[in-house]
Write a protein of this length. Structure first.
Length: 371
């Protein structure tokens, strides 16, 4: 029986990963985190449907003896969902390598994900796979691009956008992560060169069409911005934006970004709990419809633009960031992935691997090609 540990297994994303892996037989699933009662409550909620054996485990990833405690568990796989990952360091994946355990995380922090390659030699030496960014980005976003890549001779631009529904469940760690760079500069590839952009600025309104319609967008810092220009030989631009459905929240964030850019607020992240509580007052408004869009523009005999849009109705959007991790975890458990090393979540699966999960959650995609 293979032991799978989910760090943060009772959180917004962790509980969804746990639900999917609880369906696996011959697995001992450990729901881990600092709060034992929450971990046990998650175990209890899964017990009636689980094929896996379940256990709650109280553990703090920042504890001085975390690596020792993990080694005593002898896990086959550790899935790290305990964000925010900004400034967290690679202590957890290193501990997994030392424990001869495969590792997957749902990180969306640019440096955390891209710098995971520093552990490549150690991961190969211990015959384990270490994957960072197994989430919507760069996991799903790169799968979309690679699916359609053969249709382009060259790629001029890649523009990615995510717009969650206001009523969809959102985690405190995600809010804190976004706030950490709101109004702060980061490098983007634009107009054929690297230049600064500012978090939650350059705001605009985008029409996602279908059931999502028009949503506000603004700059978000993600690993794609660093990985994609070189990987896909982009000539002009790689951009990533996200937004909040309610204009009062979206443009409020834009104003907060302006305050941070001017130096009037150093960092909004410490206010994450307060801002989260305030936003919950507006939960009855808006919708539970989320959307994602990937635009690829380039040359294929003649210029063309391909637009891939994903729609998540009925509050199912929070499942999307978990699917890359679930897909890789199940492939590891079944022996379908034999690769070793440490890498961002790019090129490890196909877009078709998402189809069954999209169908199960009522999530669907549409593709449009423009000359």
């Amino acid at each position: 029986m293979k032991t799978v540990v989910i760090l943060g297994g009772y959180g917004n994303f962790g509980k969804r990963v746990a639900m999917a892996l609880a369906e696996e037989g011959a697995v001992h699933l450990v729901i881990a985190g600092r709060n034992l009662s929450k971990a046990q409550a998650c175990v209890d909620s899964l017990s009636t449907m689980a094929k896996a054996t379940l256990e709650a485990w109280q553990i703090d990833i920042f504890a001085v003896d975390f690596a020792h405690q993990l080694q005593q568990r002898s896990p086959f796989l550790v899935i790290h969902t305990g964000g925010p990952f900004q400034g967290q360091g690679h202590g957890v994946p290193q501990a997994c390598i030392d424990a001869h355990a495969h590792y997957i995380d749902l990180a969306d922090d640019r440096q955390f994900v891209c710098d995971i390659t520093q552990l490549n030699s150690a991961a190969k030496a211990h015959n384990v796979l270490v994957v960072s960014g197994a989430s919507s980005v760069p996991g799903l976003s790169s799968a979309v691009i690679e699916h359609y890549l053969s249709g382009f001779e060259t790629i001029n631009s890649i523009d990615i956008a995510i717009a969650p529904g206001n009523q969809a469940e959102r985690g405190l760690a995600t809010i804190a992560a976004i706030l950490s760079y709101t109004g702060h500069p980061f490098q983007v590839f634009n107009k054929g060169r690297w230049q600064p952009a500012y978090g939650w600025m350059d705001a605009k309104v985008n029409d996602f069409g279908g059931i999502a319609k028009k949503r506000g967008l603004a700059n978000v810092d993600v690993p794609d911005l660093l990985i994609f220009p070189e990987r896909y030989k982009v000539t002009e631009r790689v951009s990533f934006q996200a937004g909040l459905e309610l204009p009062i929240l979206h443009w409020g964030m834009v104003f907060m970004a302006l305050l941070a850019k001017r130096g009037w607020v150093k960092n909004w992240a410490p206010y994450a709990k307060l801002i989260s509580s305030m936003s919950k007052v507006l939960l009855p408004f808006g919708s539970d419809i989320g959307a994602m869009e990937v635009r690829i523009s380039g040359a294929a005999r003649a210029h063309k633009e391909l637009i891939w849009r994903l729609y998540a109705p009925d509050g199912q959007g929070p499942y999307i960031p978990t699917l890359s991790a679930i897909i890789i975890a199940k492939k590891l458990l079944s022996g379908d992935i034999m690769k070793h090393g440490a890498m961002p979540c790019v090129g490890l699966f196909e877009l078709a691997d998402f189809d069954a999960y999209f169908a199960a959650y009522g999530i669907y995609a549409q593709t449009e090609v423009r000359p």
